[in-house]
Ligand binder design. Structure first.
Ligand SMILES: [Fe+2]
Length: 489
């Protein structure tokens, strides 16, 4: 059902007052309670029937297969021991370092990255390390990781890997110096996989006229674990498929359930083995003790990456890290506080419904207290955007367990619609909950463009549309500098 922002607001407000009435009801006489129960049911029905927009956009529903191994996007680059699966990510906490990663197949070859700034004759060298791993009957190639440090901000660098054998050249642009009004454009992709739809998603991201400068990837990379014995050859093909973007702009990694690769029946009991060997992140720079939760600053954004599949209960390393991390965020330096995780907390599809609930219970009060601007998650193979809501009042006995309008709370966006072989999540809970502003089961990607300390613009782009079409969008007002309800302005 379509509804205007104003209607949604009134729905959220009535939801809020309903909760208050619930409290009053407990302390009133029985007839009074009865009256309120009936009234509550009537209002409740109104609330439940007035969710946001459920798009009825018609699309092909069958899941597409993974692209075959001989697809052009998986081609091994020519030349002896040529570097393949080249990808970069941020290498420190502020954007002055880059981790360059690549794989050589025949022998280790050089660990060195040669790099220089555009137009400069001076070339620099950085030396990395090489790793291999075994997974059941698979042995990896030589996986190189090299951190290039002390880079200049806002500068185009060229880099070469494969010295000694077949050299390949790429480039990247470093971010501007961290600061409150620095514009920056992030792309958002989740649950990508390597199907024909995955390829469309990546094409759409690359050809979107709003040029993303860095990808915030919300987990579930290759889906290799869907193959017999988690055939890790599909990790290699995924690395070659994504190179065309990930070698030229950083992809900020979040671990999803398809990264766990736990399979006791074949003796593989160390979680995240292929992922953690292949995708290094700068976790130590933010005081983290594991590569699955960490933070970076980039331009005017402070990005916190959490792990839905590592322990997050009280006293655990992730809990202690996040507890210490949130007070460190200086909104005068980085106004935009963005959180990435794989499993969504607010998801009204019937897939993975309530899976994120235990983590939500643990951390949501912190997100509200620290005014997180937006939370991006994946896992559900569809798109959904929430209102600004929280659900932190419940204390076992008070019955206050309905999400309420909360201008200190983040907007929750599920962007797990990258297009993997498992297909779309088309089955939704009905009616659409009041907190859900827009939902649609289509493949696509999103763009989060920060304009300055107070304004940002979010748009979601479905694969079936032209490259510049926005299927859904929202103007964001910063929760620290401009804490005004976006939906009424
Ligand atoms: Fe997932």
């Amino acid at each position: 059902m379509l509804s205007t922002h104003e209607e949604q607001e009134s729905v959220l407000r009535s939801s809020f007052s309903l909760s208050k009435m619930g409290v009053l009801g407990f302390s009133s006489s029985s007839s009074f309670v009865g009256f309120f129960v009936v009234l509550s049911l009537v209002i409740n029905a109104t609330v439940l029937c007035n969710g946001g927009k459920t798009s009825r956009f018609v699309r092909k529903l069958e899941a597409t297969e993974d692209m075959p191994l001989d697809s052009d996007v998986f081609q091994v680059p020519p030349g002896y021991n040529a570097p393949q699966q080249v990808h970069i990510t941020q290498g420190d906490q502020v954007g002055k370092a880059v981790i360059v990663s690549w794989v050589t197949a025949s022998e280790p070859g050089s660990n060195t990255v040669l790099y220089w700034t555009e137009g400069s004759e001076t070339k620099y060298k950085a030396k990395g390390k090489v790793y291999t791993y075994k997974y059941f009957n698979y042995t990896s190639g030589y996986i190189h990781h090299c951190t290039i440090m002390n880079l200049k901000y806002n500068t185009k660098y060229y880099y070469v890997v494969g010295i000694d054998h077949t050299m390949r050249e790429f480039w990247f642009v470093t971010p501007p110096q961290v600061g409150p009004d620095v514009p920056y454009t992030f792309g958002l992709i989740g649950d990508l996989g390597q199907s024909f739809d995955s390829n469309k998603t990546l094409n759409h991201y690359e050809l979107n006229p709003q040029k993303g400068m860095t990808v915030l990837f919300v987990g579930d990379l290759s889906y290799a674990d869907n193959y017999p014995n988690h055939d890790n050859v599909r990790w290699d093909t995924w690395g070659r498929f994504t190179e065309r973007s990930a070698a030229y702009q950083p992809w900020i990694w979040t671990a999803g359930n398809h990264e766990i690769d736990f399979n006791q029946s074949i003796g593989e009991t160390k979680p995240f083995k292929p992922y953690s060997h292949r995708y290094h992140v700068p976790y130590k720079a933010s005081g983290s003790t594991a590569p699955f939760w960490y933070s970076i600053k980039r331009a005017s954004a402070y990005i916190i990456v959490l792990s839905s599949y590592s322990a997050y209960g009280k006293y655990t390393p992730q809990y202690k890290w996040l507890e210490a991390e949130l007070p460190k965020v200086n909104r005068t330096e980085t106004p935009w506080l963005i959180v990435l995780m794989h499993c969504p907390w607010y998801n009204s599809y019937n897939y993975h419904y309530m899976e994120g609930e235990t983590m939500r219970v643990m951390y949501e009060p912190w997100f509200v207290r620290y005014n997180v601007d937006v939370v991006f998650a994946g896992h559900v193979h569809a798109y959904e955007r929430s209102e600004r809501i929280s659900n932190v009042a419940y204390n076992i006995v008070n019955g206050l367990c309905t999400p309420v309008n909360d201008q200190s709370a983040p907007v929750y966006i599920t962007i797990g619609d990258g297009g993997n072989q498992e297909g779309l999540a088309t089955n939704m809970t009905e009616p659409q909950p009041a907190y859900s502003a827009y939902r649609e089961a289509s493949f696509g990607h999103a763009i989060f463009h920060i304009e300055n300390r107070s304004h940002a613009y979010f748009s979601w782009h479905r694969n079936e549309d032209g490259y510049s079409v926005e299927a859904d969008s929202m103007s964001f007002f910063n929760r620290y500098w401009h804490k005004i309800d976006e939906s009424t302005h």
